[in-house]
Design a protein around this ligand. Structure first.
Ligand code: ATP
Length: 395
């Protein structure tokens, strides 16, 4: 069994920088877990500690039934795939794949057998005699995968393995890696800054910020039930729309006013969040996902709460129209939103919307144009609420 357990793992570099703080994760045998977060959040440091390439300052790391803190990389029975494929240019594909087994002095016939099996799995059979420079980026990445697979390790560790590939190939390799992992059923820890890779590949996702684990769970769970504003802004593209709203009461129910509208919070939503009523008379951060809004003129549910606004920009994507519009409510500014905005420069990482511009995903049947005044209907069952001070979800 290759369960991997991190128990309050910390990394403090020699210069005193605390890169990973009390990281605790139980990774099940055969599980595919993705460590994701913005640049500098400590995900690579965490992976390097698991790999044995970096000392663990405090805490315990267990692989299978062994505490491995002081074991070398080699003794940990892991195989790593990096973003630079690190192939030997003068060796053929077959020799590159076999290299790790040769230096372990494995029997020649057994090596051949394993190389053949990996090559079949990765469709590298016809390329085995080529040199790395005669391969495309995707094929090189597959060779790097092959080299890890033939080792038959207890754990695969992957650090941004797709980041050197173009967007289309990334999508294809994403699916291939996930498939190979399912076929082999080897515990896999995969590091990326790309929330789409995290969402599509992982059985579970561990989202980190500034060395601290923010939330751990199934991708859809993080999407639907983010624990804080940072998770809400990082997972999902576009990020969740946010505005400051004011909680009130009507009869026995709870209301929230934002963007010039007062929305009756459905009983089902309020009862799942008993703490919401205690915010009566106070501000909260209200979050709405882009797909939970629609063009009110096309809405089948006339009772839905509406915001009136003027469209600032539309992007027709064929399957949907992405509509940008200002919301008249204070913008949510917390440590979490600042962290997301700081990170906005990073490729593929979403920012919270600048100013108080929201983004909705409309049906392509909508005829809205920039400058139009429109009513936007919101699904009140899908509202999210966060504390404006702590950024934590109100539950
Ligand atoms: P990226 O996606 O940019 O690689 P990351 O989340 O993987 O980011 P890490 O490489 O784990 O981040 O680095 C986490 C933090 O630790 C960063 O602030 C980095 O500058 C710092 N750091 C990394 N290596 C060292 C080191 N050897 N000494 C001091 N600080 C370091």
């Amino acid at each position: 069994m290759a369960e991997v357990v991190l128990d309050k793992v910390n990394k403090q570099y020699d210069n005193g920088f605390h890169a990973v703080k009390d990281l605790s994760i139980d990774i099940a045998d055969g599980e595919f877990i993705v460590l994701v977060g913005p640049s500098g959040c400590g995900k690579s440091t965490a992976l390097r500690m698991i790999a044995g390439l970096e000392d663990i300052s405090t805490g315990t790391l267990t692989i299978g039934d062994r505490v491995v803190n002081t074991l070398s990389s080699r003794e940990r029975d892991i195989a790593m795939v990096f973003q630079s494929y690190a192939l030997y240019p003068h060796m053929s594909v077959a020799d590159n794949i076999a290299y790790g087994l040769k230096i372990r002095r494995m029997d020649k016939a057994a090596i051949q057998e394993r190389v053949k099996r990996a090559a079949d799995m990765l469709e590298l059979g016809p390329l085995l005699d080529r040199k790395p420079k005669q391969l495309s980026g995707g094929q090189r990445q597959r060779v790097a995968m092959g080299r890890a697979i033939v080792r038959e390790p207890q754990v695969f560790l992957m650090d941004e393995p797709l980041s050197n590939l173009d967007a289309k190939l990334r999508v294809q390799m994403r699916a291939e890696i996930a498939q190979v992992q399912r076929d082999l059923n080897v515990t896999t820890i995969y590091v990326t800054h790309d929330q789409t890779e995290a969402m599509t590949m992982g059985d579970r996702v561990a989202l980190m910020k500034a060395g601290v684990l923010q939330q751990l769970g199934a991708p859809q769970h993080l999407y639907d039930h983010p624990d804080n504003i940072f998770v809400a802004g990082f997972i999902g593209s576009p990020p969740m729309n946010m505005a400051v709203g004011r909680v009130g009461r009507s009869g026995s129910g709870v209301t929230v006013g934002f963007g010039g509208a007062t929305v009756q919070v459905p009983e089902s939503v309020a009862s799942e969040r008993p703490a919401l009523a205690s915010y009566d008379g106070r501000d909260v951060a209200v979050g709405v996902r882009s797909e939970d809004m629609e063009d009110a003129s096309l809405s089948r549910d006339p009772g839905r709460p509406r915001l009136t606004t003027t469209v600032s920009l539309t992007e027709a994507l064929g399957s949907e129209i992405v509509v940008h519009f200002p919301v008249e409510a204070a913008r949510v500014v917390t440590e979490d939103t600042r962290a997301l905005e700081e990170d906005a420069g990073t490729e593929d990482v979403p920012a919270t919307h600048a100013g108080n511009t929201w983004v909705a995903s409309f049906s392509p049947r909508s005829r809205v144009r920039p400058g139009d005044t429109v009513e936007i209907a919101i699904d009140p069952e899908r509202l999210h609420f966060f504390d404006t001070e702590t950024g934590l979800a109100i539950r």
